[in-house]
Design a binder for this molecule. Structure first.
Ligand SMILES: Nc1ncnc2c1ncn2[C@@H]1O[C@H](COP(=O)(O)OP(=O)(O)OP(=O)(O)O)[C@@H](O)[C@H]1O
Ligand SMILES: [Mg+2]
Length: 260
């Protein structure tokens, strides 16, 4: 479904190569984990895939094909609703996903085409379930709030619920459980697993090897803008080919055991 080949991202002002010719693929129903240290280029890569990078800030080259069509060129004609319905992204920073001056209810509604009273009623019934599925029980309060009236973790969960409601074919989840409590994380991972079983493909960006092991068929390890290792999750985690992956895995275990 998604093929990325030799993707390069360079900052126009500093000429710094931030992503250095990386390649990976995600098939239907497959989940790819992107792991690696802070600043290694995981978010930039995913924003390039969903075409959210500003051309004036970044020079992007290489190839990204979605269902065999090149989408990286300016000429690429993407159908209405492509972003959201075909490929959707849960942002690492939920504040950037919402406009600060508009109540959440109105913003969420704007993302869906609701025609008629019945459609609205059905939509709100589904939204209530979707919010409950990510541990948010009080829909009324959430819809009446401005983004900065909710905590980062709550906002992140609103974004997850709304994104999943669209049932995208490929979901990019950029560290989507970092700001949430353990009970909510458990519920979110369950939601992702259910949608994966229903055929959704995913790119899961995470620092948590446990999350990657649970969700991902394959993982790619990024360091300083390059993919230094990729393969089946079990193979990469059980016999890492690079010292860097070994260290990341060891650090993750120490963290989980509460040593640091
Ligand atoms: N708008 C920008 N302009 C210039 N450089 C940028 C911009 N956004 C990101 N970068 C740089 O690109 C590199 C990769 O950033 P990116 O956000 O992709 O990292 P990441 O792997 O997602 O890190 P983290 O795990 O902390 O989220 C970093 O060195 C960062 O400073
Ligand atoms: Mg990031």
């Amino acid at each position: 479904m998604l093929k990325v080949n030799g993707l390069e991202i360079t900052a126009r002002t500093s000429k710094e190569r931030l992503v250095k010719g990386i390649s990976f693929e995600v098939g239907k129903g497959e989940t790819l984990g992107l792991i690696g240290e802070s600043g290694s280029g995981k978010s930039l890569t995913s924003k390039a895939v969903i075409k959210l990078l500003n051309d004036r800030v970044f020079e992007i080259s290489g190839s990204i094909t979605w269902k065999n069509e090149e989408i990286l060129t300016k000429k690429a004609k993407l159908p209405k609703g492509w972003r959201g319905q075909q490929i959707a992204m849960i942002m690492q920073n939920p504040m950037t996903a919402f406009a600060p001056m508009i109540r959440l209810g109105r913003q969420i509604e704007m993302g869906f085409e609701l025609k008629g009273k019945n459609a609205r009623q059905e939509f709100y019934e589904q939204l209530e379930i979707a919010l409950k599925n990510v541990n948010l029980g009080d829909m009324k309060k959430i819809l009446g709030s401005y983004p900065d009236e909710l905590s980062g973790g709550m906002l992140q969960r609103v974004m997850i619920a709304v994104t999943l409601m669209k049932k995208p074919e490929l979901l990019i989840a950029d560290e989507c459980t970092t700001a949430v409590d353990a009970a909510s994380e458990y519920m979110i991972l369950k939601q992702l697993e259910t949608q994966r079983k229903n055929g959704m493909s995913m790119i899961v960006i995470t620092h948590d090897f446990g999350v990657a092991a649970r969700l991902c068929n394959r993982v790619a390890v990024m360091k300083s803008g390059s993919i230094i290792e990729q393969g089946k999750t079990l193979d990469v985690f059980s016999s890492p080919q690079t010292e860097y992956t070994r260290e990341l895995a060891a650090a993750s275990v120490l963290f989980r055991e509460g040593v640091c």
